[in-house]
Design a protein around this ligand. Sequence first.
Ligand code: AMP
Ligand code: MG
Length: 356
Amino acid sequence: MQTQLLKIDSRHIDTEVIKKAAELIRQGELVAFPTETVYGLGADALRPDASKKIYAAKGRPSDNPLIVHIQEIKELALIAKEVPETALKLAAAFWPGPLTIIVWKNDRVPYETTGGMETVAVRMPNHAAALALIKESGCLIAAPSANTSGKPSPTEASHVAFDMNGRIPLILDGGPVGIGLESTIVDLTEQRPVILRPGYITKEMLEEALGVEVFMDPGILAGEQETGRQSGLKPKAPGMKYRHYAPKAELVLVEGDMASVVKSINELIKTKKKEGLKVGVIATDETKEQYLSDFTVSIGAREDKDAIARHLYKILREFDQSEVDIIYSESFAAKGLFEAVMNRLKKAAGHRILYV
Ligand code: AMP
Ligand code: MG
């Protein structure tokens, strides 16, 4: 299959391009498109055959459900068994935006889209091209991140093309995304709201909007501590249990105060170099000059959390193009947006963490 790449500018939407993409969606085909979080791989969410194509193109396990994208809050009622009060509060506060909610699904939503689950994940993206595509297609669009399963999510159209060339008919190129991490997922099907995946919308922001305490899925917290691997707790979002975002080279996180981290990483670099290995480092603007590595990339300045989130996946992909055998990364105190950054970094590292 030939993959076409068409530019789309959010400030001046080219209606011809959107019409073409919308027609493909209506035919049950796949279209990759930009959102504010990462690029999505879209298909008609209510057609089992279309959803199945997403799993095939990504090589995604079939038990890992898709997020359904809508372009108006009232479309939630088209797929939810009932719309809880909490959903309306969160929609009013954060939609369009980087928040996915989980509600009970109705019979319109095929199990192919929900990975066999009775619940459905829904989001309204804050991106003019994405909203225009959903509207023009007249469909609700199921869209996971547009990467090959297991790889870092795409934050630029070139990342999508690298993974999906020849597998899908069309990629809409809207330039680099604004946020760069996948949406926060909050489960509204239990007594209490539970975060299944941390993201740009933090626990504190959700609590302020809802006026009640919001909990973190114990399965995520357990998975983030090495000991959690033996605790038997599984994350509730099926996708969170899979190895993810991993670069080809082994990635190791180093945690501690800044001076100790730099010193320890440099000692490790010396040892690895003696073994004939090439070493990469994920540094920050504050430390990037201090490393003896073969390939050092700064993820951004520590006080600019947004930039660090935005750069993470691009950097992980860049390391795949470099020849390094092992990568050491600095860590961040897991608060606010850094909670999401650390969640992704730990998964990318397969939970290899050195405390210094
Ligand atoms: P992606 O769109 O690639 O970021 O993946 C979607 C994420 O949402 C995966 O981690 C899924 O496991 C999660 N997800 C989607 N639907 C549900 C659901 N009904 N219940 C729990 N998690 C879900
Ligand atoms: Mg994904």
